[in-house]
Design a protein. Structure first.
Length: 344
């Protein structure tokens, strides 16, 4: 008879090790700041102040949006290295349409969604029909988007002149010192949608099936080519939302507004437990991974650590998280084998 003990379910949850790492890091940061920076005055510890928590959530929200769609892509066994440069292209393109062409904000947003999905479908078509490595194809599109960005901007920022502020500069004040920005609300809403799709729908089961064993998925009746094409189209929608949010938050279309985002996104997804080979991962793992990287970056800034060390810390965290998920999967596999042998 299957156990319904909720505590037992929690202890066996695949995200538990990562969640414990997150808690440990939070406690360590608080203690380090308390003893070394704030002279043991808990009221001055900046890390736990409501406004800092609000800022951390805001800072990771756009990366989180991209990471959620990357979760779909990577669970299915593919990758997209072009997301950062595509954000630059779409963001500057929208700013150009709003300021120079004179299109209203929502018309520019609609064009951005169509263009983003179209380019993602073209890339998905190449990957799914030719069986070229997604790593190489997306790297090529990265260069294309960079070229388009500089053709639009000539290397300069394009201001939106105070327009299109709703997505990035709207806040929900919960208390006098704590507020939730619209990008955070969008990030949480998208996390719930991705979690529901992956866990409770046929679509989600197909994502895992295609990433786990492409041939078995095909024999089970899944049109693998069209399904991967669909995933890249969905990825385009998420990139468009993230690009619009970033533009709205910054108020300018900058050629560097998405520079390096692909590294942050892939790092967050991998830290969150998504397997590089596909077939494993979930939305909440990605959510925790995004928070973990954001908290570490914020903590290092508060503690006065040189920004250059953040790259080192991020790399060490990725290695540690990948190792943790690897050994966790080995343990889970051994338990399954023992159960199977016991049943026989």
């Amino acid at each position: 008879m299957r156990s319904t003990n909720p505590f037992r379910k929690i202890t066996k949850h695949e995200n538990l090790p990562l969640f414990l790492v997150l808690l440990v890091i939070i406690v360590v940061v608080i203690l380090v700041e308390f003893f070394t920076v704030r002279s043991m005055n808990i009221t001055t510890v900046a890390f736990i102040k409501p406004m800092n928590i609000s800022n951390v959530l805001l800072q990771v929200s756009v990366t989180g949006m991209l990471a959620l769609s990357m979760t779909f892509i990577m669970i299915s066994g593919q990758i997209d290295l072009s997301v950062g440069q595509m954000m630059c292209f779409i963001g500057t393109g929208m700013a150009f349409l709003i300021k120079t062409v004179g299109i209203n904000e929502w018309g520019a947003a609609a064009i951005a969604i169509v263009v983003t999905v179209m380019f993602q479908l073209i890339m998905g078509l190449i990957i799914s029909r030719t069986r070229l490595e997604s790593f190489i194809v997306s790297l090529g599109f990265l260069s294309i988007y960079r070229g388009f960005t500089y053709l639009i901007t000539n290397g300069r920022e394009i201001t939106t002149e105070g327009r299109f502020t709703f997505l990035g500069r709207t806040y929900l004040d919960l208390t006098d010192n704590f507020r939730i920005a619209m990008p955070v609300i969008i990030f949480i809403a998208l996390t719930l949608i991705v979690w529901f799709l992956l866990r409770y729908t046929k679509f989600g089961r197909r994502v895992y099936a295609v990433g786990g064993n492409e041939n078995a998925a095909y024999l089970a009746g899944i049109n693998v080519k069209n399904f991967r094409l669909l995933l890249y189209g969905i990825n385009g929608v998420f990139i468009a939302i993230a690009s619009m949010t970033q533009l709205s938050r910054l108020g300018v279309g900058s050629p560097l507004m998405g520079e390096g985002k692909e590294i942050e996104v892939i790092a967050a997804v991998v830290v969150g437990g998504v397997a590089l080979v596909g077939g494993r991962g979930n939305a909440w793992g990605t959510f925790i991974g995004v928070l973990l990287l954001g908290i570490i970056s914020n903590a290092l800034n508060i503690l006065g650590v040189s920004p250059h060390y953040q790259y080192v810390m991020r790399g060490l965290l990725i290695i540690f998280a990948v190792s943790l998920t690897y050994f966790s999967s080995l343990r889970a596999s051994s338990v399954k084998i023992q159960i199977k042998e016991g049943q026989e």
